[in-house]
Write a protein that binds this ligand. Sequence first.
Ligand code: FES
Length: 138
Amino acid sequence: MYSEKVLDHFQNPRNVGKIDDADGIGEIGSAQCGDIMKIYIKVDENEVITDLKFQTYGCGAAVASSSVASTMLIGKSIDEALKFKNRDALVALGGLPTEKVHCSVLAEDAIRAAIWDYSQKTGKKFEGLKNYEPDTSH
Ligand code: FES
């Protein structure tokens, strides 16, 4: 039911944890299942994400999606990271069962929330956040 890639990222998740002096923190709760994901980012003076850590209080598919997303996002510019979609994680993982696709959306939403937090703290504006409404429902 799960690809080898999913099992690998679930069993050995990359970049799990917390960054104490994070430049941006995003926390998102899933409307479908109530699970929570938190992403911390460090951003350098060139607007490049130099470090990213995540904490997922969710299922294995959410852990695997955030793990693979973290490996894809470290080293990306903020503008590139804002284009990250859950389907990018799905492709990298070799797919997820249909009923688990919503779990991968948490990673997409949490990275946007972390960048939004970064933009609030620094006063910087990013094209990809133009119509972004932070989710304050959790
Ligand atoms: Fe909640 Fe997967 S069931 S994140």
